[in-house]
Structures are given as structure tokens and as C-alpha cells.
Design a protein around this ligand. Structure first.
Ligand code: NAD
Length: 513
């Protein structure tokens, strides 16, 4: 389908305008609904309402908060198929992906943190190595209102996971979902309202970039942003001006290093899924493969065979492996990356173009060979179903190429030698490196989701991620209370002499033999 034809599919029905956003099914062009564009004044009012509700919520003991949030999880469980269908319709991913990568992830995360939050947020003692007359500990206090700004590629698991953690930590939440997939957030609010939690504590404000900017300016105490590097930098500046903490989860360009001793069947299966799940619109997608020359030909053949067998089509059909892309502009980016790589000498082994017939935004699962490190397809995020594979002479070369990137979210290493895999993983510059697997760790709530270089600032998920949604305060209490401490007034030569002697005694360097 040419882009003019594509445009005509997108143009059917009402169009989005300044006051409203129309949501469409990317697989069919069908209009799904409309949401308002929230004004800056209304965003501010939503934050104020969340703050008022949060004051009482913060007084509820952690265990009780967790018990009440479990009712939200139960509502999601009960209405799971309704949620899955909407995720699939609005986002274009298959129903299995909507279940496994979205709803299941949120349900498991809610269960994990509801069970453990009381322990994770319990006061944390700091034994003082010198000042034995004092007792210190860390005390975790809710931040207040957390603003969450989210992308369209995982419109349920990303904002809902963050929302659930923020609520358990005692905060109110105002969520600004992506303008490309707003209906799923509206549905999440409907489920939330049905389970008896304080209504104003969690709110959804729909809109585009300016609504997100208004949320940062609306009096929130923390921002959790997930999206592109370009927007992330703007968010960091805006939060910096207001001196509010922000967590930034940004783009990825995940390399996969395939060693000469890799299990090639497992590797090919993992890479094909890792590159094409959710049509490659995953921040952790396999975006470049560096395969050792000893196994390159066989691996490429196995990947091509598996890719050719993928069934692309309506995401709601049971037989579909790869659904639609979510956003026409992202499809155009993926298409451009492939075209520019081919113009520079890359070869298309499988796929390489938009689906030619029928409505909807489909880009064929694409395997590229003969790629070079300086091509855009190897350097810039693709965020589409495209897997470029490059031949390397050694694992050393692969590590060097993997690290030659401004991004560092996830990376993958394939080898039968787990010890070697671990050593290579430790040398790769990424927030998460998996050995013989791909993508899975976002679904493991106890592990941190983080990145290095321009891929992230801060982290979400994990016990530390829950604590990050609190102010960490240090409390120091005296065990015994003399009339005065030695270092208080009045100063005297006697105290000086005593302190000097004590310091030398305590810290004297051991005599060298
Ligand atoms: P985006 O940056 O265009 O938009 C993200 C959100 O920011 C949207 O809700 C948008 O309306 C809002 N926004 C835009 N301008 C803003 C501004 N000035 N102030 C505040 N908010 C503003 O990103 P996208 O296209 O929705 O998402 C795709 C990107 O997200 C990819 O780069 C992908 O790698 C990244 N991503 C990262 C992770 C991760 O965990 N690291 C997860 C998913 C997606």
C-alpha cells in the first residue's frame, strides 16, 4: 500500500483536532473512539484533586494500601479479555502479546509489590561504624503526586505498572498517556473506579505533548517519563527548572552478540521473536545482530526460514504471529531505515516493504544482511520489524561494535558457555544484558528496568524502584543522651587534644614491616 492509500485509510471518519483526539484501529482504520485534549488549567486541577486525595491515602498503613490495590489487580483479572481486546484493537499487537506482554506483566507486578511492599518500605537501619551512641535509619515517605507520561508501544503494562507501584508507595497519580493509544488508559481508569479505591487518587489526562508539559508544570512532585530521547531531554530540562526528580526511560538499540559456540536453534528462535514481537516496537527489541563468522551463514539461514513462516495479519485473529504497526509515522521511519540501508549496499533477505494489499499499517518482518556499522539501520533506533545481521570475525569485535552506540538499554549474548556469556555480558554497556534470552526481564518486577548512556536516567521496577517513588529520609536517634556531645560548645584545648589523640589511635596506619 502506498502512503497516499494509507493516508486515505487513516482519514476515514472523524479527524483529530486541537480539542479532541480520535483513536483508530491501526490494522483496519476503524474509528474506536475519541478523547478530549486536556487544557493546562484542567491538568492543574487534576493534580490538585489527586493531592487532596493523597493526603488521606498517605496515612493508610502500607499493608492496607497494598490490600486495597489488590482489588484493582482483581478487577484487571476479571475483565482481562476486555482489556486484551482493546489493547489489540488500539495498538495493533496480537492478543497473545496483549496478554503476555501487557496484562500479565501488570497483574504479576501488582501481586509482587502488594505482597512485599510492607517489607520493602520498612525502615532500613544504618549501623554506624563509629558513633555507637546513635541509631540511624532510612524512613520512606510518599512523594505526593507522581506524574506519569507514557508512550504508545506498551500502553497498559508501562503506565499501569508505574501507577500501581506509585499508589502502593502512598502517592496520588496523574497519568498522561500517549495520544496514539489513549483509550487503554481511559479503560484502566474505568477499572480503577470500579474497585473502590479513592477516585481522585488516580486520574488520567488525555492530550498531546503540551498536555504532558502541563503535567510537569502542574505541581507534581515527581515525573516518571517513558518515551523518546528527544522528548526525554525536554522533560529533564522542565523537571530541572522545577527541581522535581524525574525518571527517564528512553530509547534502545539492543545489540545481540552471537558467539561461535551458540545453540543456533535457540538463538534463531530468540532473535526472531526479539526482533518482531509487537512488530519490533519494543524499546528492548533486537535491533542489530553481530554474528561470529563461524556460525553466520547457518544462523542467517535459520533466521530467514523462521521469519518467512511468520503469519502477519489482523492481530485479533488466532493464527496471527505479527500484527500491525501502531503509528503511521513509525512505519515510515522503519521503511526509511530499510530504504537507506539498501541504497548503501544492504541486502533484503526477507520482507522489506509495507503490506501491499488491504487496509492497515503492516510492515513485513524484514531480515537485512550485508549491513555496515555506519548505516542508520545499525546506529539509529528502528522501532519496527527489521533485523539487520552483521558478520564479525571475533567476539572482541562484536563487543566493540555493540558498545559503539549512544544508547544502552538492553543487550543480548548467545553462547553455550555460560561463564563466557557472563563475562561478555559484564563488558557490554547496557542497563540489562541477558545471556541466551531476550526481552523477558521487563516482565520480572523484582529486576530493575534501567539503562546507561542516553537510554535512561533512574530506574523503574525492583525494590529500589519502589523506594524511588518515596522521599528517602534519614532519621538519627540517640541511644544515650549525655548533657553535651564532645564537639559542641564550649571549645577547649583539652577537647582538641583529646580528639587529636583519639583520631590517631583510631585511624593510625598499621606499621609496615
Ligand atoms: P515520545 O517521546 O514521542 O512521547 C512519549 C510521551 O511524551 C507521549 O505521551 C507524548 O505525548 C509526551 N510528550 C511529548 N512531548 C512532550 C513534552 N514536551 N513534555 C512532556 N510530555 C511530552 O515517544 P513515543 O513515540 O510515544 O514512544 C516511543 C519511544 O519510547 C521510543 O524511543 C522507545 O524506545 C521509547 N520507549 C522506551 C521504553 C523504556 O522503557 N526505556 C519503553 C517504551 C518505549
Amino acid at each position: 500500500m502506498g502512503s497516499a492509500q494509507m493516508q486515505s485509510v487513516r482519514d476515514q471518519g472523524p479527524a483529530s483536532h486541537d480539542d479532541a483526539i480520535v483513536s483508530r484501529n491501526p490494522a483496519t482504520g476503524e474509528v474506536l473512539g475519541e478523547v478530549p485534549v486536556t487544557s493546562a488549567a484542567d491538568v492543574k486541577a487534576a493534580v490538585a484533586r489527586a493531592r487532596a486525595a493523597q493526603r488521606d491515602w498517605a496515612k493508610v498503613p502500607v499493608a492496607e494500601r497494598a490490600r486495597r490495590v489488590l482489588a484493582f489487580r482483581d478487577e484487571i483479572l476479571t475483565r482481562a479479555e476486555e482489556v486484551i481486546e482493546l489493547i489489540s484493537r488500539e495498538g495493533g499487537k496480537t492478543r497473545l502479546e496483549a496478554l503476555g506482554m501487557e496484562v500479565l506483566v501488570a497483574v504479576d507486578l501488582a501481586t509482587y509489590f502488594c505482597k512485599r511492599a510492607e517489607g520493602i518500605l520498612a525502615p532500613h537501619p544504618i549501623p554506624l561504624h563509629l558513633l555507637k551512641t546513635k541509631k540511624s535509619y532510612l524512613h520512606y515517605v510518599p512523594r505526593g503526586v507522581v506524574g506519569i507520561i507514557s508512550p504508545w508501544n506498551f500502553p497498559f503494562s508501562i503506565p499501569l505498572g508505574e501507577t500501581i507501584m506509585a499508589l502502593i508507595a502512598g502517592n496520588g497519580v496523574v497519568l498522561k498517556p500517549s495520544e496514539i493509544t489513549p483509550l487503554i488508559a481511559v479503560k484502566a481508569k474505568e477499572l480503577y473506579d470500579a474497585c473502590g479505591l479513592p477516585r481522585d487518587l488516580f486520574q488520567v489526562v488525555t492530550g498531546r505533548g503540551p498536555t504532558g508539559a502541563a503535567l510537569i508544570d502542574g505541581g507534581v512532585d515527581q515525573i516518571i517519563f517513558t518515551g523518546s530521547v528527544t522528548t526525554g531531554k525536554k522533560v529533564a530540562v522542565a523537571c530541572g527548572e522545577r527541581l522535581i526528580p524525574c525518571t527517564l526511560e528512553l530509547g534502545g538499540k539492543a545489540p545481540a552478540i552471537v558467539c561461535a559456540d551458540a545453540d543456533l536453534d535457540r538463538t534463531a528462535n530468540a532473535l526472531v521473536w526479539g526482533a518482531f514481537a509487537n512488530s519490533g516496537q519494543v524499546c528492548a527489541s533486537v535491533e542489530r545482530v553481530y554474528a561470529h563468522e563461524a556460525v553466520y551463514d547457518e544462523l542467517v539461514q535459520k533466521i530467514a526460514e523462521r521469519t518467512r513462516k511468520l503469519r502477519q495479519g489482523n492481530p485479533l485473529d488466532d493464527g496471527t504471529d505479527v500484527g500491525a504497526m501502531t503509528w503511521d509515522q513509525q512505519l515510515a521511519i522503519a521503511e526509511d531505515r530499510v530504504k537507506s540501508a539498501v541504497a548503501s549496499g544492504a541486502k533484503i533477505l526477507v520482507g522489506g516493504k509495507r503490506k501491499a494489499t488491504g487496509p492497515g499499517m503492516f510492515f513485513e518482518p524484514t531480515v537485512l544482511t550485508d549491513v555496515k556499522q555506519d548505516m542508520d539501520v545499525m546506529r539509529k533506533e528502528i522501532f519496527g520489524p527489521v533485523m539487520p545481521i552483521m558478520r564479525v570475525r571475533s567476539e572482541e569485535e562484536a563487543i566493540g561494535l555493540a558498545n559503539d552506540s549512544h544508547l544502552g538499554l538492553t543487550a543480548y549474548v548467545f553462547t553455550k558457555d555460560r561463564e563466557k556469556g557472563r563475562k561478555i555480558a559484564e563488558r557490554v554497556e547496557a542497563g540489562t544484558v541477558m545471556v541466551n534470552d531476550v526481552l523477558f526481564s521487563y516482565g520480572a518486577p523484582e529486576t530493575p528496568w534501567l539503562g546507561v548512556k542516553q537510554s535512561a536516567v533512574g530506574r523503574t521496577h525492583s525494590d529500589d524502584g519502589l523506594r524511588d517513588l518515596c522521599q528517602t529520609r534519614h532519621i538519627a536517634v540517640d541511644r544515650i543522651a549525655p548533657k553535651r556531645e564532645m564537639w559542641w560548645y564550649p571549645y577547649s584545648p583539652r577537647t582538641y587534644g583529646f580528639m587529636l589523640k583519639a583520631m590517631r589511635l583510631l585511624f593510625r596506619a598499621k606499621k609496615r614491616r
